[in-house]
Write a protein that binds this ligand. Sequence first.
Ligand SMILES: NC(=O)C1=CN([C@@H]2O[C@H](COP(=O)(O)OP(=O)(O)OC[C@H]3O[C@@H](n4cnc5c(N)ncnc54)[C@H](OP(=O)(O)O)[C@@H]3O)[C@@H](O)[C@H]2O)C=CC1
Ligand SMILES: O=C(O)C(=O)[C@@H](O)[C@H](O)C(=O)CO
Length: 276
Amino acid sequence: MTTPAYALRDGNSIPAIGLGTSGLDDQAGIDAITTAIADGYRLIDTAYNYGNEEAVGEAIRRTHVDRSDLVITTKLPGRHHGFDETLASFEQSRKNLDLDWVDLYLIHWPLPRVDKYLDSWRAMISLREKGLVRSIGVSNFTADMLTRLIDETSVAPVVNQVELHPYFPQAQLRAFHDEHEIRTESWSPLAKRSDLMQEPVIVELADAHGVTPAQVVLRWHVELGAVPIPKSSDAARRRANLDVFGFALASEEVDAISALSRGRLWGGDPDTHEEF
Ligand SMILES: NC(=O)C1=CN([C@@H]2O[C@H](COP(=O)(O)OP(=O)(O)OC[C@H]3O[C@@H](n4cnc5c(N)ncnc54)[C@H](OP(=O)(O)O)[C@@H]3O)[C@@H](O)[C@H]2O)C=CC1
Ligand SMILES: O=C(O)C(=O)[C@@H](O)[C@H](O)C(=O)CO
């Protein structure tokens, strides 16, 4: 199954859907990620703080898919913000993954109180110039934080990975992304541990299109131009999550799903949330 891809502002590309790996650890994680790649996933999302970069690296070694066909994302943890600290942290992630390069490197959380994300961004620019990272981006950044990065360095992130699902559509931030050629990536795209899959509008659209509620939700992300990275420990559900390019949602159906908006599901306000 070939997944469509989007061109990024830096000349690279990103698949239109990826695999989230938070919680896919140890041998079970290796097996899940290896199977997911064999089933067609080409974008794999991990982070230093997930503690599974080694598992992702082992899955890449086991797969028969060419390394250059994969987009591997990892993220800088909050405790390693700062120029030199970022360079050292990246090197640790690269060794954990056992890769010659990382395709997409993100600042995991901005930590504005610490106020070192600009130093880290400058370090990430240098990593890209050295060819150790193909693309650089951020996660959980606000429009004001993105504007600061652009104004101070003239280098815009190619991606901002943010909490995004029908309960939290982030229309204003997505509009800012579109205006600045920043690709929106959706974390927790299925609004894990919520009642989203039982929402009547989701169930009715799933019946109308002959797909599952989760496929309706993931197609909603695609219609918005966002890149969802759903995580599943189950092979059948991972394959179903990937299979969302054989149908479309009309604009009024997209709007009906977006009307479920009610705010963040967790306390992840970028201006105050701190993860180190
Ligand atoms: N940058 C950041 O700050 C953050 C990044 N992330 C990234 O986003 C990824 C995805 O987000 P995550 O928080 O894991 O949650 P998701 O929104 O992807 O939901 C995952 C949950 O949904 C279930 N699920 C998956 N597929 C289906 C399906 N087809 N039908 C029904 N249930 C399904 C999974 O259960 P099961 O496994 O049993 O299928 C799991 O419990 C993470 O793995 C991580 O990579 C997440 C949070 C923050
Ligand atoms: O999973 C991630 O990448 C995270 O950053 C999480 O800790 C995230 O903050 C979350 O799950 C919020 O509930």
